[in-house]
Design a protein. Structure first.
Length: 98
C-alpha cells in the first residue's frame, strides 16, 4: 500500500519525538497479516524508515543507498526506472538473463 501524509504533528510510532516539519511524505508499506478463525491474529507492517527521514529533511541521502518518494512512485508506476541507486550495475547487467 502507499501511505501519504503531511508531517503536521508528532507521530510517535513513525517519527518519535520529531517535531512536525510540515513536509509531505509518501511511502510504500507492506502488511503481513495472519488470520485465525476468520479474525486478525497478528499483523506486521514494514516501511523504509530512511525514505521517511529523507522526505522530512532529517537525513541527507548524499552518498547513501537511500531514495525518497521515488520508491513509492515506482510501486504505483511500472514505467518508472527500477533503481536509480544502482545506475552502473543496471547498465552492465542490461539484457542479461536473471
Amino acid at each position: 500500500m502507499i501511505v501519504k501524509f503531511t508531517h503536521d504533528r508528532v507521530i510517535d510510532y513513525l517519527l518519535p519525538g520529531i517535531p512536525p516539519t510540515g513536509r509531505q511524505v509518501e511511502i510504500a508499506a507492506v502488511v503481513v497479516a495472519q488470520f485465525r478463525d476468520g479474525k486478525l491474529a497478528s499483523e506486521h507492517i514494514y516501511w523504509d524508515q530512511a525514505s521517511v527521514l529523507v522526505q522530512i529533511g532529517k537525513l541527507d541521502p548524499a552518498g547513501l543507498p537511500i531514495a525518497g518518494v521515488e520508491v513509492a512512485r515506482k510501486a504505483m508506476d511500472r514505467t518508472l526506472p527500477s533503481n536509480q541507486l544502482m545506475a552502473r550495475e543496471w547498465r552492465t547487467s542490461e539484457g542479461k538473463p536473471i
